[in-house]
Write a protein that binds this ligand. Structure first.
Ligand code: SF4
Ligand code: SF4
Length: 63
């Protein structure tokens, strides 16, 4: 079975730098009205987690 990943954004930690938006190969992250949002299917590549300077994103396996 295909693995699924849950992406959680901590709005208190996110400083809005857009690094994760640019690094996500699936284009899952975007700003809507100044708030970082996740939509789509996460491949679990962890690039957003690795590049966020503020530890604002966590990605966990499973729904
Ligand atoms: S883990 Fe990879 S695919 Fe998933 S949201 Fe982060 S950058 Fe995008
Ligand atoms: S990389 Fe981190 S601080 Fe920058 S927009 Fe993404 S979650 Fe926010």
């Amino acid at each position: 079975m295909k693995k699924t990943y849950r992406v959680t954004i901590d709005q208190k930690l996110c400083k809005g730098c857009s690094l994760c938006v640019n690094f996500c190969p699936k284009k899952n992250l975007a700003f809507k009205d100044g708030i970082l949002t996740f939509a789509g299917e996460c491949s679990g590549c962890m690039l957003c987690v690795r590049y966020c300077p503020d530890f604002g994103i966590t990605v966990q396996e499973g729904k």
